[in-house]
Each structure stands twice: as C-alpha cells, then as structure tokens.
Write a protein that binds this ligand. Structure first.
Ligand SMILES: Cc1ncc(COP(=O)(O)O)c(C=O)c1O
Length: 409
C-alpha cells in the first residue's frame, strides 16, 4: 500500500521548499531518474561511516561485515526479479550491462546474422547493437509497430528467419511507455534458438518482474530508476548461456589464477565483476528494493494506472495538447503543446517547481515513427499524487505569457 504521507520519506521535498520558499517540488521526470528515500541515503552513509572496507579481500572485522552486507544485497536484488544468486552481476547501470553483454556475446555472431529490435528503443540498447552489427557485418531488423506504436508477437514472428540470432527490446519503453508481451516473445525465441536481451530499465521499477517466468536470456536494469543510487545496475543472465559468454572485463575480483599466459576465472557472478564494485551503491540498491517490496509491486502498478488514467483525463481537456500514447499501460505520457517548442514548455513549468522532461529522451530513432523532433514527457512514481497532476495541468493551461497565447481550455 502507498501511504498518504510518503513524500515525508524523501528529504528532497522539504529541502526544496527550504531552498525556494513558497515553491513546491513537483517531480514528474521519473523515467529519467527517481528521488531517493532517506532509508537509501542512510544505508549508503552507514556503509561509509561504519564499514567502508573493500569486498572479498580483507581478513578483518569491517571487511567481513562488508562482505556480509554485499552478499545480502545481491540476494535481495536477485530475489526481487526471481533470479538465482549466480545469475545476477552488477554493473554501473543498464547502459554498461548492455555493452558488457554485447562484448561477451560478440564471438557468437557471424556475418549475415540478424538482430531484431525496434525504432522506439533507448540508445543505450540500440547503439551497442548497431556497433556490434557494424563490426561483425550483421543485419539489424526493425520491427513494424502497430498503430499505437506497439510490438506484438505476430510482428516478431514475421521478422524472424533462420538467421535471427537475437531479439533485443525493452519490456517498457521510456517514450511511448508501451509494455511488450515479453513472455510470449521469449517463449517463441527459445523454441527457435534465438537469444533475448530485455531492457528492463523502465519496467523493473513499476511492475513485478520474474525473469524465470518470462524466460528471458538477459535482463538489465538500473537502481536510480527505482529509488536507488546512480551509477549502479544489474544484469541477469540465464545460466545455460554461460558457455557462450566470453569474459570481457578482466581484472582483480574476476580472476582466480594466472599461470604464465593462462588466466582462470572465479565462478559466476564474480567472474563478471572485475575491479572494486560500487559497494555503497549496491547496498543502497538493495535498500531501495526492500523499500519497494514493502510497498508492494502490485500497489505500485495500481498507483501508476490510476494516475495515468487521471492525467490523460485532465490533459485531454486542454485542446492544444497532443498526447501520443493515451492508451499505453504505464505511467509515461508523451505529449506536445501545439505550436510551442517542448523545451520552452518545460522551462516555463520549471518556474512553478515542475520537473518534466523535454527532448528526444535518448530514443534517437523514435522520430522515424513519430514525426516530431522533440516531445514532452511526464512520468509518475510512488510519491506522485492527483494533486501534483492538477497543479501541472493548471500550470500548462495558464502557462504564462507565451503559453497563454495558444490555449483555449
Ligand atoms: C529504456 C532505457 N534503457 C536504458 C537506459 C539507460 O539506463 P542508465 O542510464 O541507467 O544506464 C534508460 C535510461 O533512461 C532507459 O530509459
């Protein structure tokens, strides 16, 4: 259940009012990153204040304590997506996860092999794949989307042939906010010996994810999109694929032995985590996961749905607002104000303490399917309320001198 006074858990709300007296922070850019509750900040501070040692190295008390915290954090995060301990390794975020997967799989790809993706993916997913495809002479195949810019199993099946090696798509996109039928797609892929790489950066914070039930091969996500710290993320991989993975990041922590020219590696997941990990980040990540679990992922989903319906209802009353994804199931709303440059709208709203995003949202190929160069994006999370939405809609409707000129409510 989402408690009424949840904003009190997030110190930034009070700090904002102190810094800008008379202004309230209306944060609706949660697809970009999320705010941090005090428990997450405290967990990170406690690690630095009380333990601060490295992991898997020291034989003294604070190192032992750090090892325990680190292990417990991995168990918490793995359980959150129903992964086994060995199947989850840490990275600096979803972008790093995708790059690492691509590097590890590189030798599995041969000239003429095909990768299926879409034009509505984040650059962090699609750019490493394009680079791989250029290096190995592969073909990138972009799925035909339906009228609501959605992916369905039939289009995936139609795009597949005997050369298809990988399907790489998000579970929930960060622009259109559509949710893909991942289970059906992965089931089909597995039956056809095609690997799947699912970008869960937007979905994991908002809905229950079970990687085993979804049958994904790779699943990536980032802590900062789910109330955790920046610079830390995780990769799930299906252990059956271990023999296909070439360990690409080499260094201390991953290596078991070096004898002459021969390097042997530690077991999974440590072989994928060369170098000192972001220990504080991982502890903060696990604390965020516990906080979300306490609320309950189904309550978070319900909350998103309720706010989405309400926002669409209110925004559609504004005649000059064009919404691109009114029917998609997520808390992400992509829109524009007719004849006003989106950056101008976002800057204007910022005067009211409102944070919404404008631009291309790192989805550089999206203009190929929605014929706009930039968009406004409003994205909600656990601390947002209908009252936040009312204030944003009112601010757009009465949007200062330049917005006024365009509005008839
Ligand atoms: C769908 C999607 N994939 C990948 C990323 C990249 O995540 P990170 O910047 O945490 O590596 C983002 C971030 O906006 C995203 O929304």
């Amino acid at each position: 259940m989402i408690k009424k006074n949840i904003k009190n858990d997030f110190p930034i709300f009070l700090n904002y009012v102190k810094k800008y007296p008379g202004k309230e922070l209306l944060y609706l850019d949660n697809s970009a990153t999320t705010l941090k509750p005090q428990v997450v900040i405290d967990a990170i501070t406690k690690y630095y204040n009380s333990y601060s040692a490295n992991v898997h190295r020291g034989d003294y008390k604070i190192a032992y304590k750090t090892d325990l915290l680190f292990k417990a954090a991995r168990i918490t995060i793995a359980e959150f997506i129903n992964a086994d301990f060995e199947e989850l390794f840490f990275t600096s975020g979803a972008t790093a996860s995708v790059n690492q997967i691509v590097n590890m799989l590189e030798e599995q790809f041969h000239e003429g092999d095909e990768i299926i993706t879409t034009y509505s993916e984040h650059s962090s997913l699609v750019a490493p794949l394009i680079a791989l495809s250029n290096r190995r002479n592969l073909k990138m195949r972009y799925l035909k989307l339906d009228d609501n810019f959605r992916v369905n199993l039939k289009t995936v099946q139609a795009a597949t042939n005997e050369k298809t090696k990988l399907i790489a798509i998000a579970q929930m996109t960060n622009t259109i906010g559509d949710i893909r039928p991942i289970k059906e797609i992965c089931d089909f892929a597995r039956k056809n010996k095609i690997m799947t790489l699912i970008d869960g950066t937007q979905s994991a914070p908002h809905m229950k994810v079970d990687v085993k039930d979804l049958m994904v091969d790779f699943f990536v996500f980032s802590a900062h999109k789910m109330l955790g710290p920046t610079g830390i993320g995780a990769t799930y991989y299906n252990q059956k694929l271990f023999p296909k993975l070439k360990i690409s990041n080499l260094g201390g922590g991953a290596v078991y032995q070096i004898k002459g020219d021969l390097i042997t590696f530690k077991d999974s997941p440590y072989c994928f985590e060369a170098g000192t990990p972001n220990i504080a980040g991982i502890i903060g990540f696990a604390t965020a996961v516990k906080y979300l679990t306490e609320i309950g992922m189904s309550s978070i989903w319900e909350h998103d749905q309720e706010l989405k319906r309400y926002t669409i209802e209110q925004l559609t009353k504004l005649k000059k607002v064009k919404i691109y994804n009114p029917d998609n199931l997520s808390g992400i709303i992509l829109f524009n104000v007719e004849k006003v440059f989106p950056q101008d709208v976002a800057s204007q709203l910022s005067n009211e303490g409102i944070c919404i995003r404008s631009g291309d949202h790192c989805a550089k190929t999206l203009p190929l399917i929605i014929k706009e160069k930039a968009y406004l994006r409003l994205s909600t999370y656990v601390y947002n309320t209908k009252s936040d939405i009312d204030k944003v809609v009112k601010a757009i409707a009465n949007g200062g001198d330049f917005l006024d000129g365009f509005f008839t409510v």
